[in-house]
Design a protein around this ligand. Structure first.
Ligand code: ADP
Ligand code: ZN
Length: 723
């Protein structure tokens, strides 16, 4: 009998294929191999056993042969188990999950020797401050230019300049060995609450078994500082750690804090790193040389050789949910990854999700609490402004009360932040003569004016057109009016009202990349900006010591739609953004403009009684049998032809097997009915908690005709978006 191996390929296929192992080649589960598939060669991973097929053995004479085994560290067993688990849970083909786990092409090609830089023999004693920073960190090591610039926190131009002047010289990088972070490099002195949380984390990491912990602490309590103690413990045991962030915009700041705590940079993993860097990190993580990774949700799929702890920062963040291709929730899958790896997972937040909070209250997660800001900084004092009683002037968006507080803050030389979670200038443009409204040709959505770029843009599909001078419907000239505010419009009002203030807009469409973002954030930190106008980009994680006042322009914005998490999310966002104020020595204040000051979210913000709010929301979820008390899954049927999608969705609903433990709701037109020219219908499956919802869906769909042509069916387990 010739030897065969089952190989899973990173394609949208659920089953593995069997291949013959050529004489003289040893392959083991986890090995990355090159195999023929059709007329192409593909890379795949060797599994312990065949999966997803019919189970019948294939005639060996018909099998193709493995071409070769790659000289890279194997994909560990727990990573393979994780791929399998995620595929089962999300109902995605295994190969598609594997694709996320192999998304580092350069890891599988031979490594080219790389040129680096090091300090040359002549070091001048008088240099610019920026150059000084480089000289301070360079030491006697060979660096890649990018890493050196990052470690010194300077731009690439500074490093290039030092090379030109011969202070840095080129040298071949001999090894890719990552420097080891030092758990004792800069140990902080923790206050009592912090120390007790840190002790629990040390213990959990040392136990080498699964446990979920909720690190629940007010903004500025030092959660990051405490979470670093879990990493320190993992390092002391020679194990790896993963620190997950919801937004890549936060990465640089965390790389820096990590560097200050542990003396070296961790590996940063997200969609914007270079292919070479991806390859290097993949290999380093698989070989175990890289001990610490800071990454976005996809970092869960890295082939950690010996992961000791996962930290999920801002665990409540909706950004952890990936909504396309492979649909999964990064936080939930982090808990699964920890379970499979028999390690602790730390979920950290100032405003935990209802799901995690319920788990902590009923004892399933260990609840670690930090109730005070570090070093006596006070939590901001929060007040609501009733827009019915204190409205802004016509055509303006900032109420007199907010304006006067901003004025005081400005006169004291402190910073204010105005928050509005809406990009662009105005969410709706219409013609004052004929009433024509500008709508996306491909989506059921208004076009948003972006005055800075002089464009009308669709926020759903990216469609974009210059703002016309003439109304396309009635040919009237200069008759277009903007309705409602976006951040650009609020910024315009700020400039009008505070002509002497230095202002900046923080909005993703105005900041081209994370380097620009870093520069702007530094400017704010260094108080070179007086008034910041920002979208949710500013809500998260940033630490601005000079910020005294946060004004929320439209506190009601998130409450408008019927999403079951609307209240929770609005509360989280308002709490996060007002939490930016008063993080250092100065007292902070939050003003929330609202038409509904009596709404439970506004009341909880003003009273500060978070736990009561969480409890109320939890009770409402329990009553409605919503997560975590019940289970949800969504099926979205879409097509270029409305009738085709409607018919299929109706057929689907009609064929749903009956069960007393669940209900199938719909089909209904999706709230955003058209996206990119596709009509969309939604079905919602609402089940009791003990129902195997995946098994139910599988059984339901198995006998039905597969969607063909433009018709598409998407399954979203635990949906967070209902649009
Ligand atoms: P959180 O993540 O809870 O919002 P951070 O970890 O960002 O809080 O801490 C807020 C600020 O307080 C940071 O600048 C941090 O460096 C500082 N800080 C917190 N705890 C300590 C400590 N024990 N020693 C020194 N600085 C601390
Ligand atoms: Zn569109």
């Amino acid at each position: 009998m010739p030897t065969t191996s089952s190989v899973l390929l990173p394609l949208a296929i659920d089953m593995s294929y069997d291949y013959l192992v050529p004489d003289g080649l040893q392959v083991a589960p986890g090995d990355i191999v090159r195999v023929p598939l059709g007329s192409k060669e593909r890379l795949g991973v060797v599994l312990d056993q065949a999966v997803g097929g019919s189970g019948k053995p294939v005639d060996p004479s018909r099998l193709k042969t493995i071409i070769d085994r790659l000289d890279v560290p194997p994909m560990p067993q727990v990573s393979r188990q994780f791929i399998d688990w995620v595929a089962q849970y999300t109902m995605a083909p295994r190969g598609m999950v594997l694709r996320s786990a192999m998304s580092a092409k350069a890891a599988f090609t031979p490594v080219k020797p790389k040129m680096g830089v090091r300090l040359g023999p002549q070091i001048p004693n008088k240099v610019t401050p920026a150059r000084q920073k480089v000289l301070q960190v360079a030491g006697d090591r060979v660096w890649s230019k990018g890493e050196l610039a990052q470690a010194a926190d300077v731009s690439a131009a500074i490093v290039n300049g030092l090379m030109k002047s011969g202070i840095l010289v080129a040298e071949l990088m001999t090894s890719e060995t990552a420097l080891l972070p030092d758990p004792d490099f800069a140990v902080p002195t923790l206050n009592d609450q912090q120390a007790s949380a840190a002790a629990s984390l040390h213990e959990a990491v040392a136990a080498h078994k699964f446990e979920a912990l909720l690190l629940d602490g007010v903004t500025g309590a030092g959660k990051t500082e405490v979470a670093f103690e879990a990493i320190a413990q993992a390092l002391r045991e020679g194990r790896q750690s993963l620190f997950m962030l919801p937004e890549i915009a936060l990465t640089n700041q965390f790389l820096k804090r990590f560097h200050e705590r542990f003396g070296v940079q961790p590996a940063g993993w997200h969609s914007q790193i270079s292919p070479v860097q991806r390859g290097r990190i993949w290999r380093g993580v698989a070989s175990g040389e890289i001990r610490a990774v800071i990454g976005a949700r996809s970092s869960l799929f890295l082939p950690f050789k010996d992961l000791g702890v996962i930290i999920v920062d801002e665990e409540h963040e909706p950004a952890y949910k990936q909504e396309s291709q492979l649909i999964y929730h990064g936080r939930d899958m982090a808990v699964v990854r920890a379970m499979l790896g028999k390690i602790p997972v730390v979920l950290s937040s100032a405003t935990p999700s209802i799901e995690s909070h319920v788990n902590a209250v009923n004892g399933r997660y260990r609840h670690l609490k930090l109730t005070q800001r570090y070093a006596g900084a006070k939590l901001p004092d929060i007040v609501s402004i009733d827009l019915r009683a204190d409205p802004p002037e016509r055509g303006k968006w900032i109420s007199p009360k907010l304006v006067s507080e901003m004025q005081e803050v400005f006169e004291r030389g402190q910073q204010s932040l105005l928050f509005l979670n809406r990009r662009g200038y105005a969410p709706l443009t219409l013609c004052r003569t004929c009433g024509h409204r500008f709508e996306c040709p491909d989506c059921s959505a208004w076009l948003v004016e972006h005055r800075f770029h002089n464009k009308l843009t669709c926020h759903h599909c990216g469609y974009s057109n210059p703002v016309p001078r003439i109304c396309p419907s009635c040919d009237e000239k200069d008759s277009l009016v903007a309705c409602g505010p976006g951040v650009e419009r609020v910024a315009e009002e700020v400039v009008e009202r505070f002509p002497d203030a230095r202002t900046a807009i923080l909005s993703s469409d105005l900041i081209p990349d994370i380097e620009e973002m870093r520069i702007l954030l530094d400017k704010i930190t260094n108080r070179e900006i007086d008034i910041i106008i920002g979208t949710q980009l500013v809500a998260k994680g940033h630490h601005f010591p000079g910020l005294a006042l946060v004004g929320v322009v439209d506190g009601d914005l998130g409450l408008a739609h019927g999403d079951p998490r609307a209240g929770e999310r609005t509360y989280q966002l308002l709490q996060q953004v007002t939490g930016r104020a008063g993080r250092a020595a100065i007292a902070g204040r939050g003003l929330i403009q609202t038409y509904m000051p009596e709404h439970p979210v506004m009341c909880a913000m003003v009273s500060g009684d978070r736990d009561q709010f969480l409890q109320q929301e939890g009770e409402a979820r329990e009553k409605g049998a919503l997560p975590p008390y019940g289970r949800l899954a969504a099926i979205i049927v879409s097509s270029n032809e409305t009738s085709q999608a409607a018919n299929y969705a109706r057929m689907l609903a009609g064929r749903a097997p009956r069960s007393s433990k669940l209900r199938v709701l719909g089909p209904a037109e999706a709230p955003i009915f058209m996206i990119r020219g596709r009509a969309r219908f939604r079905l919602l499956i609402k089940a009791q908690r003990d129902v195997d919802i995946q098994a139910y869906i599988k059984q339901w769909l198995a006998p039905l005709p597969r969607p063909k042509g433009s018709l598409k069916l998407v399954i979203d387990i635990d949906p967070h978006s209902f649009m």
